[in-house]
Design a protein around this ligand. Structure first.
Ligand SMILES: Nc1ncnc2c1ncn2[C@@H]1O[C@H](COP(=O)(O)OP(=O)(O)OP(=O)(O)O)[C@@H](O)[C@H]1O
Ligand SMILES: O=C([O-])CC(=O)C(=O)O
Ligand SMILES: [Mn+2]
Length: 528
């Protein structure tokens, strides 16, 4: 099928009497609950269970091999290829499947808060609660924008359609397939809502660099003085948590672009982890969970409908989705100037990286390309305890282009705007996972605030002998034995051994970037 035929099929589908376009939040809440897709919590949020798939499913993600994009995409385990034939067959099946549903829900909106590069998108949902999720997570149009809306990309999400890998050519019953030429993202077999938001991020990671705009897996906020901070990090490292700060305006919690105008949010909402959420530690997020918010796999008391955020029995990856204006302190629209401070977040389950260190230019590039963290349980299928991972640019699952493309752009922008980069370990301290503890959130917040406020610009640092990282010796409000990870371990020999083990992992991993500049490879790498 060619693009016109694909578009015509979609037009036919959207003409159906079963199609409900741009329902309001209350309408979608009513639909979701009356159709038994979800229940209400005592706070008025809806909570849905997603069954078998409670996290993203990277092995089921594909990009259609097409003439216009095939030489640009970094094919491999992340960007798995699939043929146009497989896509077309599944597309027809899914469209026919959806035609038979008594109701379908369509959301029209945008990706990208900067009008110059904004992408009009639409989502066709089988589930009302999925449509509510998209309504809250993507950028909502005003009346005028809606009237002239012309979607350039369409997500079709049919969670109860199960593929048969033997017949359909997928990896499993679930599939997330992008066709850049047909401008369709086809999702089936999984109910996890995060796939929808992250597949739009995936295409923006292709489309923005084509316009010389850097796309980033990071959160962002801005102070009263206009000082912008970015927080890069893989899933669960603290982007959402640390960017929600009563003293600073939130720009966004997960996906941003950086153009010559400054930074902008790609989304219109946030997607917070809720495991062990408390009003004391994370008040902004806790208070954002109310009527209009969507909870996934959070256990609620059957009668009282009080959520139990400590209950991880359905998954550790429990989530809350809410529109950005549910956070009190935000910038509207979600755009700001050029970053002054950039934080790389890592949740090191070995407990050997310093809780905060200042990076040289080469170290910044080295750590950006390395993208080290420990994957925490839940966000991806099959991960049940922390697992070291190198995810280039802190977001490799979402990057269709070679990592060096994004890294070069970041390097240029850091130079041009003179941003200072810090590496922050939000993971373990005093021993590895199982022995030590997760870094106290209040300490991390204090360290990050000190960095953003410029208090670490001229502070005394010592260089750690293994990774070569420059660690401040003193930060007000943080015990100094916490600042040097070796001091926090009672067994120094065990620390030394783990640190050199991790340094070796870094060096081994970096070999894959054979062609990056000697300077980065030499001056950014661990010392031993
Ligand atoms: N020291 C710490 N710093 C940051 N977060 C911490 C810390 N200790 C515990 N946490 C917890 O770690 C989790 C961080 O999750 P968060 O939602 O911020 O991840 P994220 O980086 O936004 O991930 P994703 O890209 O998957 O949305 C939260 O549940 C937070 O409470
Ligand atoms: O995509 C998800 O499911 C959640 C998320 O933000 C990430 O994993 O980076
Ligand atoms: Mn994310």
């Amino acid at each position: 099928m060619n693009s016109v035929e694909i578009a015509n099929e979609l037009k036919e589908l959207l003409k159906g009497e079963n199609v409900k376009i741009q329902l309001s939040v209350p309408e979608l809440v009513e639909k979701a609950t009356s159709r038994n897709e979800a229940v209400l919590t005592v706070d008025g949020a809806v909570v849905a269970k997603t069954g078998k798939y409670t996290g993203r499913s990277p092995k089921d993600k594909f990009i259609v091999e097409e003439e216009s994009t095939k030489d640009k995409i970094d094919w491999g385990k992340v960007n798995q290829t699939i043929s146009a034939e497989v896509f077309d067959n599944l597309y027809v099946k899914v469209v026919n499947f959806l035609k038979e549903k008594d109701e379908l829900y369509v959301f029209k909106g945008f990706a990208g808060a900067d009008k110059e590069s904004q992408l009009p998108i639409q989502v066709v949902n089988e589930f009302a609660w999925h449509n509510l999720f998209c309504h809250q997570l993507f950028i909502r149009p005003n009346e005028e924008e809606l009237a002239s809306h012309n979607a350039e990309f369409t997500i079709i999400a049919a969670p109860t359609f199960k593929a048969d890998p033997a017949v359909d050519g997928t990896n499993s019953e679930a599939f997330i397939i992008v066709s850049f030429e047909k401008k369709v993202i086809l999702i089936g077999g999984t109910e996890y809502a995060g796939e929808m938001k992250k597949s739009i991020f995936g295409i923006m990671n292709y489309l923005l660099p084509e316009q010389e705009i850097l796309s980033m897996h990071c959160s962002a906020n801005v102070g009263e003085a206009g000082d912008v901070a970015l927080f890069f990090g893989l899933s669960g490292t603290g982007k959402t948590t640390l960017s929600a700060d009563a003293n600073r305006k939130l720009i966004g919690d997960d996906e941003h672009g950086w153009s010559d105008n400054g930074v902008f949010n790609i989304e219109g909402g946030c997607y917070a982890k809720t495991i062990n959420l408390s009003a004391e530690k994370e008040p902004e997020i806790y208070n954002a969970i109310r009527f209009g918010s969507v909870l996934e796999n959070v256990v609620v008391d059957e009668e009282t409908r009080v959520p139990d955020y400590d209950d991880g029995s359905l998954t550790e990856n429990t989530r809350a989705a809410y529109p950005i204006h549910f956070i009190e302190n935000i910038v509207t629209p979600s755009v700001a100037g050029h970053p002054k401070t950039i934080v790389f977040l890592t949740a090191d389950a070995f407990g050997v990286l310093p809780p905060i260190s200042k990076l040289t230019k080469e170290q910044a590039m080295y750590h950006f390309l390395s993208g080290f963290t420990s994957k925490l349980a839940g966000t991806e299928r099959g991960v049940t305890e922390p697992e070291p991972v190198f995810s280039t640019c802190f977001g490799s699952p979402f990057l269709p282009l070679p990592a060096t493309r994004y890294a070069e752009m970041l390097g240029e922008k850091i130079d041009e705007h003179g941003a200072q980069v810090f590496l922050v370990n939000t993971g373990w301290t005093g021993g590895e996972y199982g022995v030590g503890n997760r870094m106290k959130l209040s300490y991390t917040r204090t360290m990050v605030r000190a960095a953003i406020d410029g208090k670490l610009n001229d502070v005394e640092t010592i260089q750690d002998p293994v990774f070569g990282l420059h660690m401040p010796t003193n930060i007000e409000g943080v015990p100094s034995e916490v600042l040097n990870p070796r001091d926090a371990w009672s067994d120094k020999a065990a620390y030394d051994q783990k640190a050199s083990f991790l340094a070796d992992l870094f060096k081994e991993n970096f070999k894959k970037f054979g062609n990056v500049s000697d300077e980065i490879a030499k001056n950014g790498a661990p010392l031993v």
